[in-house]
Design a protein around this ligand. Sequence first.
Ligand code: GRF
Length: 190
Amino acid sequence: MPSIAILGSGNGSNAQAIINAIENGMVDAQIVCIISDVKEAPILKRAHKQNIPSHYIDCSPSPHALRDEAEQSVLALLDSYKAEYIILAGFLRIIKQSLLERFPRRIINIHPSLLPSFPGLSAGEQAFKAGVKETGCTVHYVDSGIDTGDIILQKRVEIHPTDTLDTLMNKIHEVEHIAYPEALKIVFNS
Ligand code: GRF
């Protein structure tokens, strides 16, 4: 059974969906730890509630990347837990080359758009403002680009004229919670 480490910066609803999918037997994996760059992030509280080891990593002064000492701390944790996959679930930092090289095709991310459309930050808002009729989410391998890695699975949501950004984001989150466990099942069974 693969050992996975989840990295996140925020609410952790996707981490929770993965936890639930493992608990109900849909995904065969073990979450060995949850790591966050945000001290008070709800994702760490979820880990605590589930008795999953959790760790805060101080990434300052770097505003956007996981680098140098912080990256070494993460690597040491991943080694100590013998993590085989890194699952990014709302982790807001860029993963640098050294970590990518240590985990080739073993770092996975979920992004709230139908890539290659709307990569980067605020993807839901980008789609909403662009006036497109559909968007969705993408689970993909992480490479050195921004949301450019090979796609594992996508799920679509329609954007209706009555949607607000809030209702759209709720719909995207709903499909994300289905997509991430499905994608992990594909990866771990292949
Ligand atoms: C999700 O929308 C995901 O696509 C993006 O960050 C958000 C994380 O939400 N990468 P949560 O923390 O899993 O609730």
